[in-house]
Design a protein around this ligand. Structure first.
Ligand SMILES: NC(=O)c1ccc[n+]([C@@H]2O[C@H](COP(=O)([O-])OP(=O)(O)OC[C@H]3O[C@@H](n4cnc5c(N)ncnc54)[C@H](OP(=O)(O)O)[C@@H]3O)[C@@H](O)[C@H]2O)c1
Length: 252
């Protein structure tokens, strides 16, 4: 869909690269000429992504992401070893569907560490000398849940709303270096996370949920295309926004 040179010469960190949207975006970005640093916790599944990439020079950095200094240092060391990044795509995250009364501190910490705190660790690393090139791009996964209420989604929704707030302020802070920062607010995309959320739904409820998306459920490639658009020269005038890629979910 995109020119095979759309990301030529770019060095892009992809979190959540062992599965779903992160993996699909990595495969698509490599086919557009990018050199990738793949990160997630599961080294074996990361390696499966690595084997699927076109081009050369890609590598894996397995890590449990959170907002710790350790993660910031890991990203800095990676940039020292492999060269500064020209892009970061933050797809790591976990889903959570549970009522408030069952949402304990542990779940709060899990969801915020993998999504929000780690997003801030990427930003902290990007602000260090030699980690991120001027004129580069950061893209973070948000969700329609950031702006829509649903029972059982308080933790997940608030984490995604936090991502969108973070993106707006980082866009202002990084603009002097021409580093663009954007989010993608995705509707339901068929991945392992989606399956985990929907496996308990009966046929009728699943169909009603799908129909809320005017164009049906999305595929990982629908999101990968948006990631490339924002990463590449095509997104050069986009910053501080949350791009809806949701099959029409949020129009009503
Ligand atoms: N699928 C949807 O319908 C949908 C809709 C809107 C937004 N999103 C967002 O899109 C992103 C990707 O979702 P997906 O559907 O592709 O989910 P997925 O298939 O479950 O993938 C999630 C990825 O995040 C990684 N991850 C989770 N916790 C981590 C941690 N603490 N440290 C490091 N890596 C971690 C997982 O790898 P390991 O297990 O190997 O660590 C995996 O690679 C998420 O941020 C999600 O909230 C998804």
């Amino acid at each position: 869909m995109f020119n095979e040179n759309a990301l030529q010469g770019q060095h892009i960190l992809v979190t959540g690269a062992s599965s779903g949207i992160g993996r699909a975006a990595a495969i698509a970005m490599a086919s557009c000429g990018a050199r990738l640093c793949l990160s997630a916790r599961d080294a074996a599944r990361l390696d499966e992504t690595l084997q699927a990439l076109a081009g050369s020079g890609h590598y894996c950095v397995p890590a449990e992401l959170d907002g710790s200094d350790h993660i910031v240092e890991l990203i800095q060391k990676t940039a020292q070893l492999h060269g500064p990044f020209s892009g970061m795509f933050h797809a790591a995250g976990i889903s959570m569907l549970r009522p408030a009364k069952l949402s304990k501190e542990k779940q709060f910490d899990e969801i915020y560490a993998s999504s929000v705190k780690s997003a801030m660790a990427l930003a902290r690393a990007a602000s260090l000398r030699g980690v991120m090139e001027d004129g580069s791009a950061i893209v973070m996964m948000s969700s329609v849940a950031a702006t829509r209420g649903q029972a059982g989604m308080a933790l997940y929704s608030s984490a995604k709303a936090a991502i969108e707030g973070l993106v707006r302020s980082l866009a202002v802070e990084f603009a002097p270096r021409r580093i663009r920062v954007n989010a993608i607010a995705a509707g339901a995309v068929e991945t392992a996370m989606h399956a985990q959320l929907t496996h308990t739904l009966g046929e009728q409820s699943l169909s009603a949920y799908e129909q809320k998306h005017l164009l049906g459920f999305g595929t990982v490639d629908d999101i990968a295309s948006a990631v490339i658009y924002l990463m590449a020269e095509s997104g050069r005038w986009m910053t501080g926004t949350s791009l809806s890629v949701d099959g029409g979910y949020s129009v009503r």
